[in-house]
Design a protein around this ligand. Structure first.
Ligand code: C2O
Ligand code: CU
Ligand code: CU
Length: 481
């Protein structure tokens, strides 16, 4: 299976080079915006990172610098993660991505709504040593987005080896809420890695990993191992990304407090919600408020991952720990109303009573698929074609198969309409607000509604369990003018 995919990938890469437009020429076709807010250089390079005691770990890392514009556009991040890009809605950015990974790569801005030539579709992959210039305007509202490579068949490998970073968007609606900020706003990225001999990363060796996803033997937080954070007796805003390849968590506070959720993938919710626990799948983001002001000095509060289904043999484990270290000054009361969200009425869809069904199924000899098909770089079926300006309802059908698939759709954010087997997911997932990745649970069918406004072209939808995505659980969709 590996070998066949390798040959297929290799032949696509060769084809791309032999009729040249894709690689070098494509760059020139991307028009650079004028009047940009800033310009950033972003390099993906091989690096040796001191992760554990003893030998450093060979990784791939983003590093970046601001060429023009405010220095605050980039914030260096701890550990191996790429720098955090922080911009405002409406900003125009030029980003020069230089590929020094030693293999083909391209960057995708996960969650941002962008034109096709800015989205990092694998057909835009550049070779080692080349640069791809991005130039785009931020159309999204405030939210926590992220960036990672997206070359076909190598996304999982490259992300796993360290290529990922946060992309924070701010706007006036969010500013007006005066949420906890600066040292009271914590960005926390959860990943897991399998460290083997000489502290080197171990990646995909078996068909098991391809089917089940690669799960590590160490949890990594923000690209290193700071599992405890000292806090004051104050309120904090936690911006969480599950940046892991395959591991889904179910979050809960160790002290029994509810999770105060204020936002998800596409930014703020309409109102704050209180949840006992919440599922957190690869690719998803959560925006959570927590108040330590009623704690005692030296109290520990843990963010736990509890068993997704209680089968008696898995135990809760702490994935992050807060230690109350000092008195606080700032008083903060949790807002209830956060934002006004338009919910897309199903009647607006061109297929209100006839959702496009995509079956998530394993196929002999291929692995996990959408509708039993492999990914083809240049192929789209009529079902995968959408009229520009249309609203459509899609259904991810996992009736017959047994593991969680976080389904991600590129382009604008969507809304979750319905889980057909709803009761099963009650108390497990929260589906409000704007989403770009939705966890489809075993036995469930999930309906989403999405507007295909603005950008015509070829985009992707796929499982964000990266071993599934790389193998064949990905398809194109085309928005046609
Ligand atoms: Cu975060 Cu197409 O992926
Ligand atoms: Cu994406
Ligand atoms: Cu999957």
């Amino acid at each position: 299976m590996d070998r066949r995919n390798f040959i297929k990938t290799a032949s696509i890469a060769t084809a791309a080079i032999s009729y040249s437009p894709v690689v070098g020429a494509k760059e020139k076709l991307v028009p650079l915006l004028t009047g940009v807010t800033g310009e950033i250089d972003l390099n993906a390079t091989k690096m040796s990172v001191q992760m554990l005691s003893g030998d450093p770990t060979d990784m791939l890392c983003f590093d970046g610098s601001v060429v023009s514009g405010k220095n605050s556009l980039l914030r260096s991040s701890p550990g191996y993660l790429g720098p955090t890009i922080e911009a405002r809605a409406g900003d125009k950015l030029n980003i020069n991505f230089k590929n020094q990974t030693g293999e083909d790569s391209i960057v995708h801005w996960h969650g941002l709504h962008l034109p096709e030539d800015q989205d990092g579709h694998p057909s835009y992959a550049i070779e080692n040593g080349q640069t791809h210039k991005y130039s785009f305007e931020i159309e999204n509202r405030a939210g926590l987005y992220w960036y990672h490579p997206h070359p076909h068949g190598r996304t999982g490998y490259q992300v796993y080896h360290g290529l990922a970073g946060l992309f924070v968007v701010r706007d006036e609606e969010e500013d007006a809420l005066n949420l906890p900020s600066d040292e009271n706003e914590l960005f926390i990225v959860f990943q897991d890695r399998h460290f083997g001999k000489n502290n080197q990363l171990i990646y995909i060796q078996s068909g098991h990993d391809i089917m089940m996803g690669k799960i590590g033997n160490r949890l990594v937080v923000n690209g290193s191992f700071p599992m405890t954070h000292k806090v004051k007796k104050e309120a904090y805003r936690l911006r969480l990304l599950n940046g892991g390849n395959a591991l889904t968590y179910r979050l809960q506070w160790s002290d029994g407090s509810p999770i105060h959720l204020i936002g998800t993938d596409g930014g703020l919710l309409e109102k704050r919600v209180e949840l006992e626990s919440i599922l957190f799948a690869p690719g998803e983001r959560l925006d959570v408020l927590v108040d330590f002001s009623s704690k005692q000095i030296d109290d520990d509060v843990e963010l736990l991952s509890i068993p997704i289904v209680d089968n008696g043999n898995s135990q809760p484990f702490a994935i992050y720990q807060f230690n109350v270290g000092s008195e606080g000054k700032k008083q903060f009361s949790f807002p209830n109303k956060l934002s006004s969200l338009e919910s897309i009425p199903p009647s607006e869809a061109v297929n209100e009573n006839d959702p496009k069904v995509f079956s998530l199924i394993p196929k002999q000899g291929i692995g996990w698929t959408i509708d039993g098909l492999p990914y083809e770089m240049d192929e789209t079926r009529p079902k995968e074609t959408v009229k520009l300006g249309a609203t459509e309802i899609w259904e991810f059908d996992l009736t017959n198969a047994g593991m969680i698939h976080p389904m991600h759709v590129h382009g604008s954010q969507f809304q979750v309409l319905e889980r057909i087997n709803g009761p099963y997911s009650d108390g497990l997932v929260y589906d409000g607000g704007w989403k770009d990745t939705v966890a489809v649970l075993p036995g469930d069918k999930v309906r989403i509604i999405k507007k295909f406004n603005d950008h015509p072209g070829k985009f992707l939808f796929h499982c964000h369990l990266l071993e599934h995505e790389d193998n064949s659980m990905m398809r194109n969709f085309v928005v046609e003018k």
